[in-house]
Design a protein around this ligand. Structure first.
Ligand code: HEM
Length: 420
């Protein structure tokens, strides 16, 4: 299954457009990476213009991806369709999109105030002032120089709705918690739980702003397009997953009646196996944040091989070697594939093992659902890769990881030990 045969479909992180057909293929070692970055610098404000076939006009990474989706096949150097006129993010493409990162709108609001930040600009003058603030930052200077005020309003509102949604989620935790606490409806352990959850919600908000700040910093020595740090993105996603998992677990523990399972040796092994598999799913999802943060889904768009190889030769291109795991897009994509396949294999093994253990009906449904969601999630991941990360598919894959984690937690809750 493969959509291209080239060594590497795309330039490294700096550009999400196809590598030039007649240029030496990238990804053939450190040389490709260095050469790419040097040329990019010489090519203009877009760090990749030395290589890519796109017009010398600012565009966002994702609008580049759209062009690719439209049939550009740079890796083979064959048909190259002339791209449509460049636009930053056309308002006409305003489908409902869940993630600021996926819509490239996350850096449109350049400051953060808990209360003041709730009031959007109202008059033309306020909007112009807000736009002028955005123009001081690298995303505008490097990527969106031709952005109009109308286009800015669109990405601004996308980010604004994400931040307002965050505030609403915070209130949905804090207000009922305060009310239940006052009424004396919370047991002592539940008070601890509620405090921890509310603390995590606040931490999530702060981490979000800390992440955004990394995308606003000027990096004069960097040739990359402005983006948030992949480390902070992973921390933000990781903490969101922890908050989500803790909330779901608390809810399931309260709502699902527990089974009185006989504590056999087999059940103990199954429970341990299920815990390990859930941890693996969590790690896979976290590694997905690095793929997303580095746009590493665009370096090799073939499956199961990466280009023509099972193990790409630029896997350890960075030095020191450890740096590759978090900063080399090839390695990051490779790791995510391996972890994804390992997760689905572990889930299949868990399913097969669970058939040997006498389980109540609900636990059986949970383990079967886990296998089904895992297959769907891997299918979505592979499709996202082969189709060059179209936004709706990438967003569905992102949601799929939550569905998978939720099903795994449900299974754990079905298998949990009954209190003595
Ligand atoms: C258990 C299996 C998997 C899980 C839980 C998982 C989870 C994730 C998560 C959480 C992200 C980050 C999404 C975002 O923040 O936008 C991601 C990204 C991605 N995953 Fe997976 N994934 C799995 C398997 C796979 C597989 C097998 C492939 C392909 C071979 C794949 C390809 C991708 C790609 C291309 C992206 C980047 C999408 C983007 O740039 O928005 N995934 N994955």
């Amino acid at each position: 299954m493969s959509t291209n045969t080239g060594t590497r479909t795309h330039c490294f992180t700096t550009c999400s457009s196809p590598a030039r057909g007649n240029a030496a293929p990238l990804g053939t070692g450190t040389g490709g990476w260095d050469r790419h970055r040097r040329r990019g610098r010489g090519g203009g404000t877009h760090p990749c213009w030395g290589w890519c076939l796109l017009p010398r006009a600012p565009r966002t990474a994702r609008s580049c991806r759209r062009l690719r989706g439209g049939g550009v096949s740079g890796a083979r150097g064959t048909t190259v369709r002339p791209p449509p006129p460049p636009r930053a993010l056309p308002p006409r493409s305003a489908e409902l999109r869940p993630s600021p990162r996926l819509t490239e709108s996350g850096l449109s609001m350049v400051d953060w105030h808990l209360v003041k930040g709730m009031k959007p600009p109202r008059t033309q003058r306020e909007w112009e002032a807000e736009f002028r603030k955005y123009q001081q930052f690298p995303e505008f200077k490097i990527l969106n120089r031709d952005m109009t005020l109308a286009e800015f309003k669109f990405i601004w509102y996308m980010e604004y709705s994400h931040r307002m949604w965050g505030r609403l989620v915070g209130l949905a935790y804090i207000v009922p918690a305060a009310y239940f606490w006052r009424k004396g409806w919370l047991s002592r352990p539940m008070k601890g739980c509620v405090l921890a959850l509310c603390g995590l919600v606040c931490f999530q908000g702060l981490l979000g702003w800390y992440m955004v700040k990394s995308g606003l910093e000027e990096k004069p020595d960097s040739y990359d397009i402005p983006r948030v740090s992949q480390y902070r993105l992973a921390a933000h996603l990781g903490s969101a997953l922890v908050l989500y998992s803790a909330s779901l677990w608390t809810g399931l523990s309260l709502l699902l009646p527990q089974h009185k399972l006989p504590e056999t040796h087999q059940l103990l092994r199954l429970r341990r196996f299920a815990h390990g598999t859930t941890a693996l799913i969590f790690l896979t999802a976290l590694s997905g944040a690095f793929v997303a943060g580095l746009d590493a889904g665009l370096v090799y768009n073939s499956f199961p091989k990466m280009g023509e190889r099972w193990i790409p030769d630029d896997l350890l291109a960075f030095s020191p070697v450890l740096k590759n795991i978090f900063e080399n897009p090839t390695t990051v994509q490779f790791d995510h594939r391996v972890l994804g396949i390992a997760s689905v294999s572990a889930i299949t093994a868990l399913y097969l093992f669970s058939r040997k253990v006498p389980l109540p009906r609900r636990a059986r449904i949970a383990v079967t659902s886990l296998l089904a969601v895992a297959c769907l999630q891997v299918g979505l991941g592979i499709s996202t890769l082969l189709l060059y990360v179209p936004t709706p598919l990438a967003a569905t894959h992102q949601s799929g990881s939550l569905a998978l984690l939720s099903t795994a937690l449900w299974l754990l809750s079905e298998l949990r030990r009954a209190p003595k």
